[in-house]
Design a protein around this ligand. Structure first.
Ligand code: ADP
Ligand code: MG
Length: 228
């Protein structure tokens, strides 16, 4: 039995909608161990991205709580959550979210600098090299292909060796071959760094790679049996 890395208790997210309320998440319970990989699948609009944002402490729930490595996000101030994110959490989004005015190398260096890590340039260069991007390190994002941008985003997410990586449809905008390469990278880094991986995906192949799989339907999450 591994150690619990993520624990979610009765998580509810309700937002105002017209003259009523929209119940996006209806009481989610979830536990994921250190170094596990988990996929969340489900129809568009079912609440997957909302859940990921709450797990990462980017958004706050209406009720319930998220514990990352035993620490309650609800008990923290916004500054404390930001510090925890910088220390322990990485994200990869479908839309890359690279900073357009920074080169690939600078985008990867940024979280290292923010975290006060030693030799940020060397580490960022090594990561880009690992992702076969060393020849692109001084290019700006707009000069890179979608697959290259996503690899830079992954290098950035892994730069500070987060204990947990959240990825929201990380292969969603990519062609099949590039998407397969990205998913290989995610699982390689998961194996090599012991990173706990939580992926939202539409791709069955990506979900099949994960040790655990969950389906979101209408704001409720259920665990799927994984064939081995
Ligand atoms: P998924 O990622 O599964 O496609 P989302 O979590 O993005 O789903 O959204 C779930 C539902 O909640 C959608 O109907 C979406 O329009 C709605 N929604 C998400 N965030 C907000 C918000 N801040 N205000 C109002 N509605 C929202
Ligand atoms: Mg989504």
């Amino acid at each position: 039995m591994g150690k619990r890395m993520i624990r979610v208790e009765k998580l509810v997210k309700t937002v105002p909608s017209g003259d009523g309320q929209l119940n996006i998440l209806k009481g989610i319970d979830l536990e994921i161990n250190t170094s596990q990989s988990a996929a969340i699948v489900g129809p568009s609009g079912s609440g997957k991205s909302t859940l990921l944002g709450l797990l990462a402490g980017l958004d706050t729930p209406t009720s319930g709580d998220v514990f990352l490595d035993g620490q309650s996000l609800a008990a923290m101030t916004e500054d404390q959550r930001a510090a925890l994110r910088a220390r322990s959490v990485g994200f990869v989004f479908q839309s890359f979210q690279l900073l357009p005015s920074l080169t690939a190398l600078e985008n990867v260096m940024l979280p290292l600098e923010l975290a006060g890590r030693r030799s940020p340039r060397q580490r960022a260069q090594q990561l880009l090299k690992d992702l076969e991007l060393d020849h692109r390190q001084h290019h700006y994002p707009r000069l890179l292909s979608g697959g290259e941008q996503q690899r830079v985003a992954i290098a950035r997410a892994f730069a500070s060796e987060p204990a947990i990586l959240f990825a929201d449809e990380p292969t969603g905008n990519l062609d099949v071959n590039t998407g397969a390469h990205i998913s290989d990278l995610l699982f390689r880094l998961n194996r090599e760094q012991g990173t706990t991986l939580v992926l939202v995906t539409h791709e069955q192949a990506l979900a099949d790679h994960c040790e655990r799989a969950f389906e979101m339907r209408d704001g409720e999450l259920c665990e799927l049996a994984v064939a081995r």
